[in-house]
Design a protein around this ligand. Structure first.
Ligand code: TGC
Ligand code: FAD
Length: 389
């Protein structure tokens, strides 16, 4: 068979990248192909994510890679996005780990922490020697974090935190949790070492999505913290929401990695799978699906690189990140499901990646702001009328 281009090669999106960006993507891709992909089906089936991966991600410079100083790689946003894409080509769980560690835990400390907090936590988090998590969502307040009930009250110089956080990635792996709570002065952030008395993390079992990722409930029962545990520069809901922008940006690229892996897997399969005495890839209906998926993958990649260039130049707005997250996750999920149809019965096992990616992308569609929240954010930008309430 003549050699054929990979879907993104048809678009020649690599032309839009600098040499060092291409090198970072290639390095992460090789790591994912050799170190992670051979194990991912087992980890997904057994619902585990080995803790040691944190150190490996740290050695590669992936943790907080777009942050400056404290042992962080200090790359541009496009490079961070490309790394997320390559990780998510392996599994959304890998990208989730890196998103939460770098964009939520480390970013919250880097942006809002004191010098002492930065010195204490960032170098260890960058190296993967310590793991962080980010507790914003509560059982009754996911899309609407403004309503959170977790409360931090003053007792002398100390803070005392009580409440429950839900669906927290890396909760059971974490050494430190960034916890958002109501105070008499509005929402504030706190760094909670997870060995503090009164702090418990309970793993959430029986997930059908993001199985190669640890998801937890955090219970804070009168957790007493010194005054120095508060993030001094975080005031109001805007603080955690600005952390979300960072992680959402990574997902704009990341989701395309899952989609690309589905499409490449399916292209290989349809070339060799014979139905009605010829390769499945040779049927017009198959080619219509492959063409449509390639068009959406390429459009998503152009959008991701465009948003990355804006972020690196002037800073990307939350609404622009919403455009990217809404489109690229929605299209990635559609691609994963369509690929599964082309695999037939074979598509329902862990031998092939598309259904695993599709199941993962159901979570990605929901976390970091559901599709509906991003539609409403775009609607607000277009009309000036907030329709969240
Ligand atoms: P609203 O009044 O609009 O805003 C409150 C303040 O925040 C500011 N703001 C933002 N700032 C930075 N970035 C953003 N994206 C921002 N959106 C709003 C806003 O300007 C305002 O500032 P100020 O100074 O005026 O006070 O707040 P609202 O209560 O009406 O809510 C708006 C809404 C619905 C968009 C927001 O609540 C929202 O984004 N909800 C979705 C929640 C969410 O995405 N949760 C994610 C939790 S973390 C997670 O899922 C991790 S998964 C990670 C993984 O495993 O990969
Ligand atoms: P709800 O807010 O109850 O939404 C349910 C449905 O109602 C959705 O379709 C939603 O779009 C819709 N809806 C809500 N409000 C409106 C409205 N105004 N108009 C129209 N429709 C609306 N959170 C963290 O803080 N840290 C983490 O590390 C983290 N990791 C996660 C990992 C996984 C695997 C998952 C699944 C979630 C994680 N989350 C995390 C939580 C995630 O951010 C929330 O699940 C998400 O924000 C949605 O909140 P919810 O589940 O309470 O759904």
């Amino acid at each position: 068979m003549t050699s054929t281009p990979a879907p993104l090669e048809l678009f020649d999106t690599a032309r839009l990248l600098e040499d060092d960006e291409r090198e970072i993507a290639a390095t992460v891709r090789k790591f994912v192909d050799t170190q992670l992909k051979p194990h991912v089906a087992d980890w997904f089936e057994s619902a585990t994510l080995p803790r040691e991966l944190g150190r490996k991600f740290g050695e590669l410079g992936l943790l907080g890679m777009h942050l400056q100083g404290y042992g962080c790689a200090g790359t541009n946003a496009v490079s961070y996005g490309l790394a997320c894409m390559e990780l998510e080509a392996g599994d959304s769980g890998f990208r989730s780990f890196v998103s939460v560690q770098g964009s939520l835990s480390m970013f919250s400390i880097h942006r809002f922490g004191s010098d002492e907090q930065k010195d204490e936590w960032l170098p260890r988090l960058a190296a993967g020697e310590a793991i962080g998590c980010f507790g914003l969502t509560e059982p009754d307040f996911g899309s609407n974090p403004a309503g959170m009930r977790t409360r931090a009250r003053r007792d002398g110089d100390d803070w005392v935190l009580s409440g429950t956080k839900m669906w927290i990635t890396n909760g059971n792996l974490a050494d430190v949790a960034t916890v958002w709570a109501q105070t008499d002065d509005g929402i504030r952030g706190f760094l909670v070492p997870t060995d503090t008395p009164g702090f418990t993390a309970n793993p959430i079992h029986r997930k059908l999505s993001l199985r190669a990722s640890v998801t937890s409930e955090l219970v804070l029962d009168e957790v007493r913290l010194p005054a120095t545990a508060q993030l001094p520069h975080a005031t109001g809901l805007g603080a955690p929401l600005s952390c979300l922008n960072e992680a959402r940006f990574g997902i704009v690229f990341g989701a395309l990695g899952a989609a690309r892996d589905c499409l490449e897997t399916t292209l290989d399969y349809t070339r060799t799978r014979e139905v009605f005495d010829k390769p499945l890839a040779g049927f017009q209906l198959t080619q219509e699906k492959l063409a449509n998926m390639t068009v959406e993958l390429g459009k998503g990649m152009l959008l991701a690189i465009h948003l990355g260039r804006i972020k690196d130049a002037d800073g990307v707005s939350p609404e622009q990140v919403s455009l990217g997250k809404l489109n690229n996750v929605r299209e990635a999920l559609a691609i994963a499901r369509e690929c599964r149809t082309l695999l037939g019965g074979s598509g329902i096992t862990l031998e092939y990646s598309p259904l695993r990616h599709a199941n993962n992308l159901e979570s990605v569609l929901t976390y970091e702001g559901t599709s509906e929240m991003h539609m409403l954010a775009i609607g607000k930008a277009l009309t000036g009328l907030p329709a969240f309430r």
